[in-house]
Write a protein that binds this ligand. Structure first.
Ligand code: ADP
Ligand code: MG
Length: 238
């Protein structure tokens, strides 16, 4: 079986299962498994069901780690105190594990917690957003922008109708006003824009091959001098 057929089968299975369970949102580990199949780098992760497991998985993944709540009814995890960053020891992992459970219990008592996601802490860097949306008229389109205020406040984003080529993806990156931020601003080194372009192309392929995807958000993707890493992924089905 070719790699393409294999990834299509694997990801179709995940999306079909989510649909069958009557859910519209993929959980972060599900969304990351799907995008990873399309060649998009994601943080290493494991799903812990109990305290001891979380500490054990943190050892396996390597410190520092991040813990996040996994719940079908929590879309914005940090809003409910469901994300704990930069945990450096097994003890810090245990404290964070308990804190996430307590925060969710307090802020969204009805939410069902399916587990705690333990993942590699990606080094801080410039954050970008790669997304996709399905338009009733034009079908799937892809989006790119810089994280934080650039997208939220300044609406500094680029859109294209999918499928996009590598060349088109590169054009999307250069056309946002904040582009100079990526190319080495003041003493900052230039960041890996070709790895961003690859990510945009891979997202384009993913949404073209799965037309039941209504919305996809890699928010944020960390961009380095070499390579990128997706630290949060969200996929919404029609
Ligand atoms: P939310 O559901 O609130 O969007 P995120 O998973 O995006 O939750 O986490 C919130 C923020 O924490 C991210 O925008 C990012 O800055 C940081 N973050 C999350 N996961 C990681 C990680 N694995 N490594 C480094 N930073 C992370
Ligand atoms: Mg996020």
């Amino acid at each position: 079986m070719s790699r393409r057929t294999e990834r299509l089968e694997k990801t179709s299975e995940i999306l079909a299962r989510v649909g069958k369970e009557g859910r519209k949102y993929l959980l972060e580990p599900e969304a990351k498994t799907v995008v990873k199949e399309y060649g998009i780098p994601v943080t290493r992760f494991k799903v812990a069901q109990e305290l001891d497991e979380a500490a054990e998985f943190a050892q396996e993944i390597g410190f520092p780690v991040v813990l996040k709540v996994i719940s079908p009814s929590i879309i914005h995890k940090s809003d409910v105190g469901g994300v704990k960053l930069n945990l450096k020891t097994a003890h810090e992992v245990e404290v964070a594990y308990r804190a996430i459970h307590a925060n969710v219990e307090k802020n969204q008592p009805k939410a069902r917690i399916l587990g705690i996601l333990v993942q590699e802490m990606a080094p801080q860097s410039r954050e970008v957003i790669v997304g996709a949306l399905k338009d009733d008229q034009f079908g799937p389109s892809v989006m790119f922008g810089l994280g934080g205020i650039f997208v939220e406040l300044l609406k500094d984003v680029a859109f294209r109708i999918a499928p996009v080529t590598t060349w088109e993806a590169q054009m999307m990156i250069t056309e946002i006003r904040a582009y100079p931020v990526l190319t080495g601003y003041r003493s900052q080194p230039p960041l890996d824009t070709s790895a961003i372009a690859d990510t945009i192309v891979n997202v384009s392929e993913l949404v073209m091959e799965h037309q039941q995807i209504k919305e996809l958000d890699l928010n944020p993707v960390m961009v380095y001098e070499e390579g990128v890493k997706t630290v949060d992924a969200r996929i919404i089905l029609e």
